[in-house]
Design a protein around this ligand. Structure first.
Ligand SMILES: [Zn+2]
Length: 342
């Protein structure tokens, strides 16, 4: 792939892009596996990844565009640098789909997938997902300040460069500290066009079965709150996540996973976890509430508060570690759904 000149012209961006197979070389991890220390040591890479993926030169990462392909290439290079293994068909999982309005219009996307082998092969895989695509370049709309000033690139820093970057950091962690479950890191395409990449991933399946999906979508923009959705449908997961609450540097709150709760939208179908839930695969979704820059050109790197984002990554790492260590201690079927669940 050709790297846009603008990226190469930015020295630290080019350096991050060019990071070789020995990822983190020169910055040895001193954490000993402690999540807080690990994220502190990884923070420079985390923020560099976020700035690159939400850079104007990636043109809003719309599926099927040059910017989308650049994002795929960058994410792939980061997974390779972390030492992740590719699935038998390679790190790229291409798929295509027809337009809703015009069935003759075919769009091609590709998920970027890697995994870390688990220590206990009898356990199923835990699949971490985050969509990397966003809305691309759009005509300015009246009444939106950034667009009125001529900004037509929808950078999607929070939605969802943030989740993508968090998954890549967790991939670096588990490549260094092998998990019990096989841990699959799936950065999926075409979420904004109808969760197409997630459905393609689920349809392709995973050899030993999927024990759980953990989906991240918008985890960087909040004063303090990060939500966990999914325990309404899969209540046996809740005690595991309640253990994470007191250890979390951000305020973790359960919710947004059922209808009829005042002031809370139901996010059960709102992002890629829906494709797993539709097959009865348990999920947990982490995300923030909508903010004024949601789906606007002003969802930019500069608007992200690094302290919240890094604390969110710490929380996510603790949560996924807890799930990896204790998921099989849930003796009853994890997929038991409450009677009014959908
Ligand atoms: Zn999103």
């Amino acid at each position: 792939m050709k790297i846009p000149p603008i990226l190469l012209s930015l020295p630290f961006l080019a350096g991050a892009w060019a990071c070789g197979p020995a990822d983190g070389a020169g910055v040895p991890d001193q954490s000993g596996g402690d999540p807080d220390s690990f994220v502190a040591g990884d923070s420079t890479q985390i923020l560099a990844d976020l700035e690159i993926l939400s850079h104007d030169s990636l043109e809003g990462r719309r599926t099927g565009t040059r910017g989308g392909a650049l994002a795929q290439g960058y994410i792939r290079s980061r997974l390779e640098a972390a030492g992740l293994e590719p699935p038998p068909t390679g790190h790229l999982q291409p798929f295509e789909f027809s337009g809703r309005r015009d069935p003759t219009q075919v769009t091609r996307g590709a998920n970027v997938v890697g995994f870390v082998e688990g220590r206990d092969p009898s356990l199923g895989a835990i699949v971490l997902t985050a969509h990397f695509d966003h809305l691309g370049i759009r005509a300015p709309r009246p009444g939106t300040p950034a667009e009125a000033e001529g900004d037509s690139i929808f950078n999607g820093a929070d939605d969802n460069a943030s989740g993508t970057v968090a998954v890549m950091s967790l991939a670096r962690y588990f490549a260094r500290y092998p998990p019990r479950h096989r841990m699959v890191f799936a950065l999926v395409d075409a979420e904004e066009m109808g969760l197409r990449g997630a459905y393609a991933f689920v349809e392709a399946g995973w050899p030993e079965g999927i024990a759980l999906n953990v989906n991240l979508d918008m985890v960087a923009r909040s004063d303090s709150l990060l939500f966990i959705a999914g325990t309404h449908h899969y209540p046996r997961l809740r005690p595991l996540m309640e253990k994470v609450v007191p250890r979390s540097p951000v305020v973790l709150r359960f919710g947004h996973d059922q209808r009829g709760v005042e002031g809370m939208q139901d996010w059960t179908g709102s992002s890629d976890h829906r494709a797993f839930h539709a097959e009865g695969i348990p999920f947990l979704y982490f995300g923030v509430e909508d903010h004024p820059d949601y789906h606007r050109a002003s969802d930019e790197f500069e608007a992200v508060e690094p302290a919240f984002f890094l604390n969110a990554v710490r929380t996510l790492l603790v949560a996924v570690k807890t799930l990896d260590e204790e998921l099989d201690s849930i003796t009853s079927p994890v997929s038991q759904t409450l009677p009014d669940g959908r």
